[in-house]
Each structure stands twice: as C-alpha cells, then as structure tokens.
Design a protein around this ligand. Structure first.
Ligand SMILES: NC(=O)c1ccc[n+]([C@@H]2O[C@H](COP(=O)([O-])OP(=O)(O)OC[C@H]3O[C@@H](n4cnc5c(N)ncnc54)[C@H](O)[C@@H]3O)[C@@H](O)[C@H]2O)c1
Length: 439
C-alpha cells in the first residue's frame, strides 16, 4: 500500500488547482490515487461519533484505525461495529480526558481524525492534530471563542494541514440544488437571507429524557446567553451569500428573549420540585441575530432549541429576481413562475438542478446527508484535493457562538472579524462546485 505524504498532498492540491488537463498522463495518475486506503481515527464515540463511524464504514477503503472515548464501553462498541462490518478492529484509547494526545502521538499513520467530543475539546484537539500533521474534521461548533477560532486559522495556515468542520446541513440535497440555482443567477443579486435552528432539544439532548438530569451541554445554558448552536442554520447560507468568497460579514447584533421554556418543560414533565424546574437559566429561549455584510446583504439567524415545536430550519433566500422559502417548500422567480407574485412548488426545481453530490440516492443518518458529506471528505483525502469545507467557513460559522453572546450582553452590535484577512475580496467560490450545471 502506498503511504500518504503530506508534502505530496499539498503539491497535488496545487496540481489540481492548476488544472489537470494540461498534465501528462503519468502525473495525472499520481494526482488521482484512488486505490489508497484512508485511515481515520475517531475521538468521541458517543451518539454522533458512532453515527459518523457507521457512515464511514459504508465507504470503500476506509479503515477506522483508532478510537478514543472517556467510556470503555463506547470504544469497545465502536470497535465491535467495525469488526461486525468485516473491517479491522481499531486500536482503543480510553483512560482519561487527555488520552487523545496519546492516540495522536502514537497513531502516526492516520490521514485524518474525527472529533465528536464535548464542545470544549473540539478546538484543542483540532490544534494538536494539525500540529502533528493530521487532518482534523471537527463536529460543530469547531470553536467556542474568537481566540480559538484565530488559533485554528493561524495553525492551519502555518502547518498547511487542512481542517474542516463537519457541518452536514451544507450538504443537504435541497440546499445544494438551491446553490446551483443561485450560481446560475436565477435569484438575481442576493440581498437577504433568513435561517434558524428550531429544534426542541430540551426533551433529549440538553437533559436526560427519563430523569430531566442535566447532560453535558446543559451547563452552557446556565453559564451563557447566546446562539449556542448556529452552524446548522448558517452552514448552507454562507455559499448562497458568497461569504468569504466575494463578501464578508462585518457586524452582528443579537437579542435574546426571556428564558421560560426549560422551567416550563421541567414542571410539566417532572413536577414543580424537580431541581431544574427552579434554576434560573441564563439562556434565553429565542435568540435573534442580524448580520450585515460588506456588500450590503443582511442575514437573520434564530436560535430556537428550548420551546416545544416541530423541527425546522426556515431557510429563506431573497434576491432581485426571486425568493426561495424552505419551510413553504416553495419558490417564486420573476419571469419563470407561472403566476405573478404567486409561489410555485420547489420540488421540480430540486430535481432539475439536482447537485452532483446527490447523483446517487443516499441513505443513512440525517436522510443520507451525513454519508454525502463524509464521502466528499474521504474522496478529498484520497484524491489529495482541498477539503469540501475550508477553515475560514468553519470558523465563521462557529464565531457566531461567542459574538452573539457579547452582543446580547452589550445590547449593541459588535464587529465581525474578517477571518480571511482580506482574502474574501479575491477568493473564488469553492464549495460544492457543480460544473455540469454551473458551467
Ligand atoms: N452534525 C450533527 O448533526 C450533530 C448531531 C449531534 C451532535 N453533534 C455534535 O457532536 C458532538 C458530540 O455530541 P453527541 O450528541 O454525540 O454527545 P455524546 O455525549 O453522545 O458523545 C460525546 C462523546 O465524547 C466523549 N468525550 C468527551 N470528551 C472527551 C475527551 N476529552 N476524550 C475522549 N472522549 C471524550 C464522551 O465520553 C462521549 O462519549 C457535539 O459537538 C455535538 O455538537 C453534531
């Protein structure tokens, strides 16, 4: 088996960028080394880590070489899942909260590490991995503070090791079809966008559903008042608005409602005397952030994870030639929609402008989206191409966590850092380019 040289990774990325057409056949073969097994480690084999593991095992020539968790039963379960799938059992690491350093020190052959731990470990592990020359793929959010975000950028730029946040909603079939249409200019010049993460997570993720006891993310609801989870809403929006590739966020202004949902849920389900029914939670139920861009676009993001409601992302994209509304599953396009100022169904557009990532039907978690994302990630590692989502987009999505908290506390807009350090002005769109549709 061929070994993976990181120097070659970047040299070959450059070759890909220069264009394959002009290269001799022998060099093309080198740059598209399809046969190589991709070796991946996973740190954090809880719900999400195990789900990602199952999706990775569906991809040919992926080896899960090492797994690490705080709980022995979880790493053993992960190893057994690999064995049951007919794959090699990974090396197991499980001692304490720092054992991941041992794993990354020893497992020098890893092509990439997936990090699906508690939030506070995401950036520290990503930084350590990049310093070891290992590609880091971090669950959401990649960073909790602006300092962490800058450290990730500085380290990736210094080490030249690629980094990606695993923002799966950027890879949804509807969102990618809309991206194709936006790139064809069908919505005209983009002016405004809305998105939300409306997902009642009080009844399962923040708290134990049977006892109401706090799970690890609940401590953030006690300590902070901010958009705790912005990446699923804002992920697809970045490329619709050309953020970091032609435009850049300049300012964020966030407000929070009162916190009523957690206490009400606890009283309703577990009674007035449950300890979590009485606590004063800092986190407001609905956070609304308004962001402005250099080119005059606006974006509204809602955090909405504490009130009883059906799941929604409420994506809406509005330009000079039309409007898309995900919740209505509708679109209106000037000169194309049959009735003047009337919605028409979205589905035929999704089929007509289907993105190449969805050329094959996908199954698995989150309606097949996770597999699509991981397939693109693994293919990029295997073919030594740039990762599907880059570090700048990853930290911009994550930075909303701390910035929204600062803005709420000040009751004032705060500047949004330009993490590209001016590169946004000439950086070309790169995410999910679909040459067959957008020529
Ligand atoms: N993209 C998505 O759709 C999606 C969905 C759910 C969760 N997530 C993200 O995935 C991450 C994990 O969430 P989850 O729901 O799986 O939580 P979880 O509690 O089920 O799993 C987290 C695991 O990480 C392990 N862990 C924590 N710190 C560690 C450390 N220092 N070293 C080794 N292992 C450690 C824990 O033991 C646990 O098994 C979170 O960041 C969350 O935001 C993403």
């Amino acid at each position: 088996m061929k070994t993976f040289s990181r120097r070659n990774f970047f040299r070959n990325s450059a070759i890909t960028a220069l264009g394959m057409a002009s290269l001799p056949a022998s060099v093309k073969a080198m740059a598209t080394d399809y046969k190589r097994t991709v070796k991946i480690g996973i740190i954090g084999t809880g719900n999400r880590g195990t789900s990602l593991l199952r999706n990775l095992l569906l991809i040919n020539d992926v080896e899960i070489a090492a797994v690490c968790d705080l709980f022995q039963v979880r790493v053993e379960d992960a190893a057994n899942i690999c064995a049951k799938a007919g794959k090699k059992k990974p090396a197991i690491y499980c001692k304490d909260e720092n054992t991941w350093t041992e794993m990354l020190d020893k497992e020098k052959q890893l092509d990439a590490v997936i990090i699906a731990t508690y939030w506070e470990y995401h950036a520290p592990i990503g930084l350590y991995a990049m310093n070891k020359g290992i590609v880091a793929a971090i669950e959401v959010p990649a960073a909790l503070t602006i300092d962490e975000a800058w450290s990730l950028i500085d380290t990736s730029e210094k080490t030249k090791v690629p980094f990606m946040m695993l923002e799966n909603w950027s890879f949804r079939q509807d969102n990618l079809a809309l991206l194709n249409m936006k790139r064809l200019g069908m919505l005209g010049e983009i002016v405004h966008c809305h998105c939300a993460h409306s997902h009642d997570c009080i009844d399962h993720w923040f708290f134990d559903s049977k006892t109401g006891v706090q799970r690890w993310p609940a401590k953030y609801l006690l300590e902070y008042n901010r958009d705790q989870y912005p990446t699923h809403s804002v992920g697809p929006v970045l490329s619709w608005m050309d953020i970091n590739c032609g435009d850049v966020f300049t300012e964020i202004y966030s407000t929070a409602s009162a916190s009523k949902g957690i206490n009400a849920y606890m009283k309703r389900k577990f009674g007035e005397d449950h300890p979590n029914a009485k606590i004063q939670w800092r986190q407001g139920d609905i956070v609304t952030s308004t962001l402005k861009t250099k080119m005059g676009k606006t974006l509204v993001i809602n955090y909405d994870m504490q009130l009883p409601r059906p799941y929604a992302n409420r994506w809406m994209l509005q330009g000079t030639m039309g409007i898309y509304d995900e919740e209505k599953k509708s679109i209106y396009l000037v000169d194309k929609s049959p009735e003047y100022h009337e919605w028409e169904p979205w589905q035929p557009y999704e089929e007509k402008y289907n993105h190449k990532f969805w050329a094959q039907k996908s199954s698995g978690s989150h309606g097949g989206v996770d597999y699509v994302m991981l397939k693109q990630f693994v293919d990029a590692l295997r073919e030594k191409k740039p990762l599907p989502l880059d570090i700048y987009d990853s930290v911009v999505m994550s930075a909303i966590v701390e910035l929204s908290g600062i803005s709420i506390a000040k009751n004032a807009p705060v500047p949004f850092p330009d993490f590209t350090r001016g590169k946004w002005a000439f950086k070309k769109p790169y995410f999910a380019l679909d040459e067959a549709i957008v020529g």
